[in-house]
Design a protein around this ligand. Structure first.
Ligand SMILES: Cc1cc2nc3c(=O)[nH]c(=O)nc-3n(C[C@H](O)[C@H](O)[C@H](O)COP(=O)(O)OP(=O)(O)OC[C@H]3O[C@@H](n4cnc5c(N)ncnc54)[C@H](O)[C@@H]3O)c2cc1C
Ligand SMILES: NC(=O)c1ccc[n+]([C@@H]2O[C@H](COP(=O)([O-])OP(=O)(O)OC[C@H]3O[C@@H](n4cnc5c(N)ncnc54)[C@H](OP(=O)(O)O)[C@@H]3O)[C@@H](O)[C@H]2O)c1
Length: 283
């Protein structure tokens, strides 16, 4: 059972001498649901601060109260879209990780800390208009795309949206597979955008260590052209293609090199261009 910061605070208050100022739990939000996918992955939803505005694809700092009484915070992509009344996160479980060794035990009703200062580069504003949007992810790097894929703007801006997700094993693809399936049958999005719009979305999962329908690193499949022949689309080109990338540092560097080789330039909020990159984790 994780430390419930609210409960910990309450006990401190009981022991506090009269007249001393009461500590205020900083930026607490309540967990509303939790789902475990494996011993390495889980997702959870929390209440959303009324004042929090963010752009789909951005990240915030979240965490728990540490044993030293100071907040233990880490960067997390918001996996839910900007219009959702709750916030969703998709998380790794690092067994000896300072935060996730505890965070993996949260239950509905527990509180987490959420600093309401969203930032990030995986946003529509950082890309120039284009025909086709590529979302390249590995592991929990799919999280920001779970947000963008549920945002109507993504479907309004592009004729085709291709999301790739590469993991070691098949079960690590569960979250992305189910999310894409749920979008394709989402009545609200269908009503808002039309049934053809949802047909723009294509999902390209690959595994590298366990046998599956499509094997191999996505970088290899870009280099040998099988990604494009499988999907029946032209090779990457700066006229039509825009891309967002989220994975390990090594993955990001390798994809970035391939995108630049194809003539795409890296963009930023202040200087939109053809692709943007963000780390899914440090180390
Ligand atoms: C911009 C940004 C956005 C992020 N968004 C997410 C997110 O949406 N979901 C998420 O689970 N994590 C995300 N992270 C990573 C997150 O900040 C923490 O590192 C993670 O929660 C583990 O925290 P920890 O304290 O348990 O371990 P840490 O001390 O932070 O990490 C220990 C080690 O575990 C490995 N590790 C950490 N995070 C991951 C990961 N996500 N996938 C695989 N290996 C990892 C690394 O080798 C790292 O050195 C993000 C990081 C950045 C920089
Ligand atoms: N995933 C697990 O089952 C597992 C279990 C225990 C511990 N861990 C540890 O957890 C950490 C993170 O593991 P992770 O699996 O979440 O993330 P990861 O190591 O970044 O791998 C995720 C996926 O990205 C691919 N990939 C990695 N680098 C790439 C690159 N430069 N170009 C293209 N594709 C690339 C991997 O392929 P490859 O397989 O070819 O590398 C894998 O399919 C690692 O330190 C790992 O040792 C992982």
């Amino acid at each position: 059972m994780t430390t419930n910061p609210a409960t910990a605070e309450h006990h401190q208050d009981e022991a506090r001498a009269p007249g001393k100022p009461m500590p205020v739990l900083p930026d607490a939000q309540t967990v509303t649901s939790v789902r475990h996918y494996s011993d390495r992955l889980f997702s959870f939803r929390v209440t959303r601060p009324q004042s929090l505005r963010f752009r789909s694809g951005e990240f915030v700092m979240i965490g728990l109260m540490g044993e030293n009484g100071k907040p233990l915070l880490r960067a997390y992509s918001i996996a839910s879209p900007a219009w959702d009344e709750e916030l969703e996160f998709y998380s790794i479980k690092v067994q000896d990780g300072p935060l996730t060794s505890k965070l993996q035990h949260v239950q509905p009703g527990d509180q987490i800390i959420l600093r309401p200062k969203p930032v990030g580069t995986l946003v529509h504003d950082a890309l120039l208009p284009g025909k086709r949007l590529w979302l390249f992810s590995t592991g929990t790097g799919f999280a920001p795309f779970a947000s963008l894929l549920r945002d109507p703007e993504t479907f309004e801006k592009f004729d085709e949206i291709i999301v790739t997700h590469t993991c070691r094993d098949v079960d690590e693809l569960t979250y992305s597979r189910e999310l894409v399936e749920s979008i394709k049958s989402d009545e609200m999005l269908e009503e808002l955008l039309g049934v053809e719009a949802l047909g723009k979305l294509r999902y390209y999962p690959t595994t590298t260590r366990e046998q599956s329908g499509t094997m191999g690193r996505i970088t290899t499949r870009i280099e040998d052209g099988s990604l494009f022949s499988d999907l029946g689309v032209p090779a990457l080109n700066p006229e039509e293609d825009r891309a967002m990338v989220c994975g390990s540092l090594a993955f990001n560097l390798d994809i970035k090199a391939l995108l630049e080789q194809a003539g795409l330039r890296e963009g930023a909020n202040s200087d939109p261009a053809e692709f943007v990159v963000e780390k899914a984790f440090v180390g």
